[in-house]
Design a protein around this ligand. Structure first.
Ligand code: ADQ
Length: 489
């Protein structure tokens, strides 16, 4: 930290992510209304001591005119946000194309789209070019706002090219990069036509972080096998330059959930839900409607459970809350229809005139409604096919202080490594295993539920989002200092 008149100043942190934590709606030629999202990253960074954080990212809207851009920049400045303006074409190629159509499925082991397999196809190359151009646009904004001593923290698969762009501009800049998704086995990463360029760009950072030790290990293997570099216990070394690679498992702001449960409005909601589902056990799924979340597999497992356990048919209900995402993409539209079709079939098969076994909602719930639902749930089903961490599992545990419900958790979610001892771990592809786990969870003796919950609750309340952010930033500072000392030796 720099000092001014003897007082230490807070360290400035520039957080760079594809999306700013705001939704912006244009109200007039030069007026905007902004809604700040209170999501995980925001509360994580608010809790970091002695750091003065600013956000840099895309506001999620196309603003072609200068008047609009100036007005939005001014409005965002009050929220400590700095916009990167991306036009529709680049959003289409970089965000919808390279990020969401190529990197997202690949990093979740769903492979590359068939027609994109050849590196030489026009669309692959043009999407990758747009990706690099977009990353350079983010870098230009960072460079305009960077001051000596700032720490720059880049987030996620959208910005893998950014560390290189930043270091090309200023070698002394402290740059960290964190991936929120899994990093796949090096054998999967090898299939990506731009595999080497992306790895080298990330290695330009001083510190590279992942949710789990496994993802970090996969990344180091990709660097050693694909780039022929040397992996060390600390990270990856390239001609004397060490990039530190480590696991930083994210957490949630558990106090925010605990406080919400004390609010009168949330208590009323809890009572309503308790009465509404009296006499039935409540099972819950909360996911974005994405292929990686394994929603069809989860519902099929629930069907198998009902099939094999007739005594439970009118005693249990599954509430599946699925926020639609990427609704303009045909694959996602197909997933939505598939889920609706399965839910309709099961409700037709096992429903009665007065009750249906599955309530499926295609929408997002507000924070208080979500907390109330978590609190009344007996069994949560988190059955992602792959998931970087999965915060829904943490949020459920944070709201279960009174009920001590059971968490059924995919072994392919990063959270399995932290909540594994308390949850019932399942292979989400194995419908029979998940169905058996549902039966086991519903019949679990109270002392076992209590013991498992205690383990999870202790973890969720002591490994918070604030700790995660603080650890990453402090390690980034230490890493840079160590590197400088090494260079001087
Ligand atoms: P996501 O894939 O978005 O995040 P997750 O970690 O589960 O997955 O976070 C989802 C968030 O959205 C949660 O806070 C949840 O409450 C909220 N949410 C989901 N469905 C909702 C609904 N129907 N209504 C209201 N809110 C809903 C990515 C990675 C994850 C990683 C996080 C953080 O894919 O693996 O855990 O980043 O690093």
């Amino acid at each position: 930290c720099r000092a001014s008149e003897g007082k230490p100043m807070k360290q400035r942190l520039l957080v760079v992510a594809n999306r700013l934590p705001v939704s912006a709606v244009r109200r007039g030629e030069d007026s905007w209304s902004l809604d700040i999202s209170a999501g995980g990253l925001v509360s994580a960074l608010l809790g970091v001591r002695d750091v003065d954080a600013k956000w840099i990212g895309w506001a999620g809207v196309n603003v072609p005119d200068e008047v609009g851009q100036r007005a939005l920049t001014k409005a965002l400045a009050e929220k400590r946000c700095i916009p990167v303006f991306l036009d529709e074409e680049i959003v289409h190629q970089y965000y919808n194309g390279y990020c969401n159509n190529i990197l997202w499925p690949l990093f979740h082991y769903l492979g590359l789209p068939q027609e994109e397999r050849l590196a030489t196809t026009r669309s692959f190359q043009s999407q990758f070019d747009a990706y690099k151009r977009a990353n350079q646009m983010f870098a230009d904004v960072v460079n305009q706002h960077y001051e000596e001593g700032d720490v720059v923290w880049c987030h996620d698969y959208h910005l893998m090219f950014l560390p290189k762009c930043l270091k090309d501009f200023n070698r002394r800049m402290k740059v960290g990069w964190f991936l929120h998704t899994p990093f796949p086995s090096s054998e999967i990463h090898r299939t990506l036509p731009s595999r080497s360029e992306l790895l080298k760009s990330v290695l330009a950072a001083d510190l590279v972080g992942f949710h789990t030790y496994d993802y970090a290990r996969h990344f180091v293997s990709a660097c050693t096998r694909i780039l022929g570099l040397e992996g060390t216990p600390e990270g990856v070394e390239d001609q004397g330059k060490l990039t530190r690679v480590a696991a930083f498992p994210i957490g949630i702001d558990s106090d925010r959930f605990k406080r919400a449960l004390e609010l009168p409005a949330v208590k009323v909601h809890i009572n309503e839900l308790t009465q509404r589902f009296a006499g039935r056990k409540v099972m819950l799924g909360v996911d974005r409607l994405d292929m990686i979340k394994g929603i069809p597999q989860k519902i099929l497992a629930f069907e198998k459970f009902l099939e094999e356990n007739p005594v439970w048919r009118d005693k249990v209900v599954l509430l599946q809350i699925a926020v639609p995402t990427r609704t303009d993409v045909p694959e996602y539209q197909k997933l939505t229809s598939q889920v609706h079709e399965i839910v309709g079939r099961i409700n037709g098969r096992f429903g009665t005139l007065t009750a249906v076994p599955i309530h499926h909602l295609d929408r997002s719930l507000d924070f208080h409604a979500l907390c109330a639902l978590y609190a009344v749930t007996d069994v949560a089903l988190v059955t992602s096919l792959r998931d970087g961490m999965n915060l829904v599992s943490y949020e459920f545990v944070a709201c279960q202080g009174a009920k001590k419900g059971v968490l059924i958790l995919s072994e392919f979610a990063g959270a399995a490594q932290s909540l594994g001892a308390g949850a019932l771990l399942v292979n989400p592809w194995n419908v029979t295993e998940v169905a058996n786990s549902i039966a086991y969870a519903l019949n679990m003796p109270a002392d076992e539920r209590e013991k498992r919950h205690r383990h999870n609750y202790a973890h969720v309340t002591t490994h918070t989002a604030q700790d995660w952010a603080e650890t990453f930033v402090s390690e980034l500072n230490d890493t840079v200092v160590e590197a400088q000392l090494r260079t001087r030796q």
